[in-house]
Design a protein around this ligand. Structure first.
Ligand code: NAD
Length: 492
């Protein structure tokens, strides 16, 4: 029997005001396995009002130690429940269990990291030109935050937002993706158990209309969004009406660049991790593999061999390396990209279709797919596929590698594989991205800032700078003198 979930608003569980629901579909067999409430504008109003009441009613005045203690308790609860949460997330979005387990622990690590900052949000004492003026800053929570997440890593992405929001003293209304909402509601139960006051954390579920109602709501003080670039632009337009600050974590077309002096075994593993982990459904997918000409044939041969050997199957099986893609729409979209790449003349080296066999009949499976000799301006080298499809592109020298890497609208991350320290620094400096990995890929840390430039987004998550997104700086200037002044000239 599918489980029925409820909205979490003002510390209470309730159905959508009009009783509407939608099903959660398991991408392995296309079966509905849970029922979720489809919120309407009345539910969004109620959630924003609850978050406002909790903010003004006390949360903004809590001391950092209180917030940190609650957040550490939440992290403990998530760690204790990691296996169940990982199973739920794998059932919801088809991501392999070996990754969702790691993601639950990583989410908990983020709550612990930001808990550590909650009681250290001090401002600065600023010496001015006039010694009789005392100046200092304080940092205050911005207010009610709308947190909107995508389906590919609901818990990990939520932690990037919720952990700094809670540490800063904001209250939140969360809107997970309609494609994978179950773990967010299960997580709200953990927030309740941890003892957060009613209204600090609220969850509304449903399709994009719920996100639109939330981001356009005048009661929202900031928006943090992870999802597609087109949705990010739509949210920015709406936010402009209310001058609401926005953090956007959007798409990518990241380059993984292998120089001839790289440790090739490491680099090939990095290439596989970059594109086939999570069936390519990650914003940081290294979907373009740029390989220096001298080693091109060797790297292509090794990547193809590794791609052919990937165990595709049920993501709940520990041995599975690649599960299905998350939705029917995504399945069709990825296959259409592959078809167009073939028509446009890229060389298909591995995969290119749906794996054959009974085990794959009912799920949204796609073969690990490798195209070689892809032109840097081809659709496959420019557009985000969000699937297990790699475009390999040869290059001759550093200059050319940098030009190709920078030659897309996106700018999320890049990978560099080289044993030459000077080259690593030289190239990293010139890449138009928010983060560069050298001799590693898809390695995350709670302390290291993450985010994109260009069409990949605005703002940073994780690390100390993430707090800035949720805090306002207030300046306090005090005149210790009783000097007479000219009221008609500004004082400096
Ligand atoms: P999406 O943009 O379709 O949806 C994301 C969220 O926005 C969902 O909760 C959706 O319901 C909501 N939404 C849809 N329309 C809205 C509107 N008009 N106003 C407000 N909210 C609205 O993205 P997706 O398909 O769920 O996720 C895939 C995309 O997310 C990819 O492009 C991927 O690169 C990106 N992504 C980025 C990061 C990152 O950190 N940079 C991480 C993961 C995924």
């Amino acid at each position: 029997m599918p489980t029925t979930y409820q909205l979490y608003i003002g510390g209470a569980w309730r159905d959508a005001a009009d009783g509407a629901t939608f099903p959660a579909i398991n991408p392995v067999d296309q079966q509905p396995w849970a029922h979720l409430p489809q919120a309407g504008s009345a539910d969004v109003d109620a959630a924003v009002a609850a978050a406002r009441e909790a903010f003004d009613g006390g949360w903004k005045h809590t001391n950092g130690l209180t917030r940190a203690t609650l957040m550490q308790r939440l992290a403990e609860l998530l760690e204790a429940d990691a296996e169940r949460m990982a199973q739920l997330e794998t059932t919801d979005n088809g991501k392999v269990i070996r990754e969702t387990r790691v993601q639950m622990r990583f989410a908990a690590r983020n709550y612990r990291y930001f808990a550590g900052w909650a009681d250290k949000l001090h401002g600065e004492s600023i010496p001015l030109d006039r010694p009789e003026l005392v100046d200092f800053t304080t940092r205050e929570p911005r207010g009610v935050a709308a947190l909107i997440t995508s389906w590919n890593s609901p818990m990990a992405i939520l932690a990037n937002k919720l952990a700094p929001a809670l540490a800063a003293g904001c209250t939140v209304v969360i809107k997970p993706s309609e494609m994978a909402s179950v773990t967010t509601l299960a997580f709200a139960e953990l927030c309740e158990k941890a003892g957060f006051p009613a209204g600090v954390v609220n969850v509304v579920t449903g399709d994009g209309s719920v996100g639109a109602a939330l981001t356009g709501h005048p009661g929202i003080d900031l928006i943090s969004f992870t999802g597609g670039t087109a949705t990010g632009k739509a949210i920015s337009r709406v936010a402009a009406e209310h001058l609401t600050p926005v953090t956007l974590e959007l798409g990518g077309k990241s380059a993984n660049i292998v120089f001839a002096d790289a440790d090739l075994e490491q680099a090939v593993t990095g290439a596989v991790a970059g594109i086939f982990a999570a069936a390519g459904q990650t914003c940081i997918a290294g979907s373009r593999l740029l390989v220096q000409r001298e080693i091109y044939d060797r790297v292509v041969a090794q990547v193809c061999e590794r791609a052919r050997a990937i165990r595709v199957g049920d993501p709940r099986d520990e041995a599975t390396e690649m599960g299905p893609v998350a939705t029917q729409a995504q399945h069709q979209r990825v296959l259409a990209f592959i078809q167009r790449a073939r028509e446009q003349g890229a060389t298909l080296a591995v995969g290119g279709g749906v794996p054959q066999g009974e085990a794959y009949d009912r799920g949204y499976f796609v073969e690990p797919t490798v195209f070689t000799e892809v032109a840097p301006d081809a659709e496959l080298a420019q557009e985000e596929v969000f699937g297990p499809v790699l475009a390999i592109i040869p290059f001759d020298n550093e200059e050319e590698a940098i030009a190709i890497a920078n030659g897309t609208a996106y700018g999320l991350v890049a990978g560099l594989w080289t044993q030459n320290l000077a080259r690593a620094h030289r190239v990293a400096r010139r890449l138009e991205v928010g983060g560069v990995w050298v001799n590693t890929y898809r390695t995350n840390a709670a302390q290291a800032p993450f985010g994109g430039v260009k069409a990949s987004g605005i703002g940073r998550e994780r690390g100390l700078h993430a707090l800035d997104e949720y805090l306002e700086i207030k300046n306090l200037m005090i005149d210790l003198s009783s000097e007479a002044r000219d009221p008609f000239a500004i004082r400096t």
